[in-house]
Design a protein around this ligand. Structure first.
Ligand code: FE2
Length: 282
């Protein structure tokens, strides 16, 4: 059986995956990839350079591949894969999770870099499990009682999600707000909502929760959209051209300490206890 070579690239999240042949993905390889994504949240496959069909097939290992109706497909034969070109698109240089204004935001997203500058324009990711776990127990308990309204800034699409969501596969809690789309916590007054959200945005956007990928043409990077934030480092005017595909997610469910105890056999506490409280001292 093919054994993938999985090498973490940071302390908390992100791993480089070697040994994947897009032509030879059997159930054993698929299971290794799914486990690696659970364990590391972000996977980079340097120089994989898949065809459009191979790229789509890798995404399909994680669920239903989801077309993006408002963006152009790279090829009409593979309509779920879209083209992104820095000459025509706004740079995604605010920390965000994709499309949280949808009732069912994506579960997993994948990028294939076709062309990029020799340096600059890296992508950074943040582990939102670790962010939640770094908060004090009192703050964690408080956040479990809240939801947040997300919108797309044009007012076309709007959705309300729990502030702390449970990962559907692992049950682990993750903070689920982002500066780009999260607008208001309806259980709080307007000034309270603004204060809490601005605190959470500032807290989560810290380098110790992050990892960073320096792109080369041909690289594929995939990430768990349910439990991470990402951003393009806006430090270059060089052209970037990519393919992107994503997998349909579930409707986010609130983290429940009772449920995690029953379903996943984990301790019945507000925190998942996976990361501890390392965030207190800064
Ligand atoms: Fe994005």
């Amino acid at each position: 059986m093919t054994e993938l070579n999985i090498r973490p690239i940071s302390g908390l999240l992100g791993a480089e995956v070697g040994g994947l042949d897009p032509d030879q993905i059997d159930e054993g390889v698929a299971a290794q990839l799914r486990k690696a994504l659970h364990d590391h949240l972000v996977l980079a496959l340097p120089g994989l350079d898949p065809s459009l069909q191979e790229f789509r097939a890798i995404a399909a290992l994680f669920g239903t591949v989801d077309p993006v109706p408002y963006l152009d497909p790279a090829d009409p034969d593979v309509p779920e894969v879209i083209s992104l070109d820095s000459r025509y698109q706004v740079k995604a240089d605010l920390w965000h999770t994709d499309a949280t204004f949808l009732e069912q935001p994506p579960a997993v997203a994948l990028l294939h870099m076709l062309e990029c500058p020799a340096h600059g324009g890296d992508t950074m990711f943040i582990d939102c499990h670790a962010v939640y776990d770094s908060l004090s127990p009192a703050m964690q308990e408080f956040l479990l009682t809240l939801t947040c309204v997300h919108d797309d800034a044009r007012g076309d699409k709007k959705a309300e999600h729990p502030v702390v969501r449970a990962h559907p596969d692992t049950g682990r809690p993750a903070l689920f707000v982002n500066k780009q789309f999260s607008r208001r916590i309806p259980q709080l007054s307007r000034p309270e909502s603004q204060m809490v959200l601005s605190y959470l945005f500032r807290w989560q956007e810290q380098v110790q929760f992050s990892t960073r990928w320096r792109w080369s043409p041909g690289d594929v990077v995939m990430w768990d959209e349910r439990t991470t934030l990402h951003v393009m480092v806006n430090d270059t005017e060089g052209r970037r051209e990519l393919h992107r595909v994503s997998v349909l997610g579930d409707k986010p469910t609130a983290f429940s300490p009772d449920r995690i105890a029953e379903t996943f056999g984990l301790p019945k506490t507000a925190s998942s206890g996976f990361y501890g409280t390392g965030g207190y001292d800064f």
